[in-house]
Write a protein that binds this ligand. Structure first.
Ligand SMILES: Nc1nc2c(ncn2[C@@H]2O[C@H](COP(=O)(O)OP(=O)(O)OP(=O)(O)O)[C@@H](O)[C@H]2O)c(=O)[nH]1
Ligand SMILES: [Mg+2]
Length: 301
């Protein structure tokens, strides 16, 4: 039996735009705050990582952004780089708009190769490090980039403003993972289960399943955006908690704010199930429902 082709994701853009940092935060669960202290280290050529989520393999290519590498990737290495690509994320540094024409130049070259080798790839352009500009300016800058960028006909593209310091970067990559996973049998049965659960359990507003790195791979219902940051905090402390209590059992906990209660339940495959309910719902009922859902999801994984 041949293995299903793994999902190839490219991270591309000019040097120092944040690609390697994004890869570490989103796919390796690194703490964003740690990057404030560390010095920039250019990626030489490219790095390829293989990740497995919900039984599906993902290959993440972090492509060096210095010009000689970009020339190479869009030139003689193009058949290798651009074949079988499922998604390409073009990264622009919001702090470096003076280089926007250079970014656009290589973006256009990359898109020509995408049309040639992987015309069905999902394309995202992220205006990254959005934390460095004033919030009310983000939409204006995003609009000017959209107008300026030269997108060849036949390419469908989505633009998002992102930062490693909030949920925005997880949302973009979560969306990519969800789309790529949607074709697999396990993922579609889990999705259906979550949809039925939200449809029949009005007390719970939203549920999300995240990878141990904090990437949301399933989402259903409302307020799921609110889950990402609490879930990431939970994930960053759960290993220490497990050590402290020397437990191999699956951890669970709750977090209450004035209006909401979040329920965290560890699943098989190092996944985390999180539910959010308005506090008007009785807590014991919410916990019971989340416990039942955990069992059901585990039986599908
Ligand atoms: N403020 C802010 N800084 C960021 C963010 N993401 C990355 N950075 C910083 O941007 C710098 C760029 O780092 P890298 O991720 O190594 O850049 P790169 O795109 O991989 O660069 P090359 O490998 O040369 O192509 C680092 O100093 C990061 O700390 C972000 O969302 N906000
Ligand atoms: Mg890099």
């Amino acid at each position: 039996m041949s293995l299903p082709p793994s999902n190839k994701i490219l991270l591309m853009g000019l040097y120092q735009s944040g690609k390697s940092t994004v890869k570490s935060v989103v796919f390796e669960g690194k703490n964003p705050q740690d990057f404030l202290k560390s010095a920039y280290k250019a990626t030489i050529n490219y790095h390829r990582d293989i990740k497995q989520f919900v039984g599906t393999e993902f290959q993440v290519f972090d492509l060096g952004g210095q010009e000689n590498f970009l020339k190479d990737f869009t030139g003689e290495k193009a058949p290798f780089i651009f074949s079988d690509v499922k998604s390409l994320v073009w990264v622009i540094d919001v702090n470096n708009v003076e280089n926007i024409s250079l970014s656009n130049f290589y973006f256009n070259k990359a898109m020509q190769k995408i049309l040639e080798y992987s015309p069905d790839a999902l394309i995202y352009c992220i205006l990254h490090k959005a934390d460095l500009i004033l919030p009310h300016m983000v939409d204006d800058v995003l609009t000017s980039i959209k107008e300026y960028f030269d997108v060849p006909e036949g390419i469908k593209i989505e633009y998002h403003a992102t930062s490693i310091f909030d949920q925005s970067i997880f949302k973009v990559f979560g969306e990519i993972m969800k789309t790529l996973l949607a074709t697999t049998h396990t993922a579609s049965t889990v999705s259906k289960l979550l949809l039925n659960f939200i449809g029949s359990t009005k007390e719970i507003s939203g549920v999300t399943i995240l990878t141990q790195e904090g990437l949301p791979v399933f989402e259903e219902g409302e307020m799921v955006d609110k889950i990402i940051i609490p879930a990431n905090l939970w994930l960053s402390t759960s290993e220490r908690l497990k050590e402290e209590f020397s437990t191999s059992q699956q951890l669970k906990s709750t977090l209450e704010t004035d209006d909401f209660v979040f329920v965290f339940q560890q699943l098989k495959e190092k996944l985390l199930l999180t539910g959010v309910a308005r506090k008007v719902a009785p807590l014991q009922f919410v916990l019971l429902k989340m416990e039942q859902l955990t069992e059901q999801v585990n039986s599908l994984l």
